[in-house]
Design a protein around this ligand. Sequence first.
Ligand SMILES: [Zn+2]
Length: 254
Amino acid sequence: MATYRDQGIVLKSKAYRDHDALVNLFLLNHGKVAAIGRGVRKPKSPLNAGLYPLSYSGFELYRGRSSLESVTSADVIHGFGKIRGDIDRIAWASLIADVASECFSDHDPAPEAFYILVAGMEALNDGRHPPSAAMAALWQLLRAAGFAARFDHCPQCHVPLSGPLLWHPGEGQVICPRCARGAHLKTFSTGALKTVNRWLDMPADKFGAVEVRGRLVGEMVDWLSVTLASQLHRTPRAFAFISQLLDQEVEGPS
Ligand SMILES: [Zn+2]
């Protein structure tokens, strides 16, 4: 039984009993942790702001006999207020949190992923183009989890990749047209390939600096969605919402 301090992002929060919440935290030194925030849903709880979903806070946690840790204090380091005020940014930030939650195991420290997560939230909060900033963070999170690498060569015949590329859902790989052998595969443009590679190469504080616009947004969202579905074996809920928002953008206000 011990008390410890760490900093982290609140990935999720779910109401529990009358006034409590079950939270999922991504901590710098302790990895992902499930914890209970006792009394957090009382209006004047001192844990309230620090345990708000997507907040970046400094925590004190108590690990007892139960499998759940207890949050004993939570002080906001960054509340990402501009994300909260914008539905587009909330959707992308929720997707980043969801993917971080799915790709990493509990109590397995992943500091690289932690910094990507924070940088992704900061980029969204800074007003950078949400799909471009968030997808760069998402690809780097997938790489930190071992689910993605730079797309340079066909993994089957090793020729350098150039468009159009084909996605092999069963293998979870991008392969060259020659290796596709007429199978029913998804196609991606050279522009999409270059963009993913640039997102994977960029420093985290530049998330959003390589922007996609127009039709490329749809293509990139599609590619990310295929990748997530093949690696996580499910499509995160935030994705359906993002697709809806993007459709509205294309159609414009009626
Ligand atoms: Zn090939």
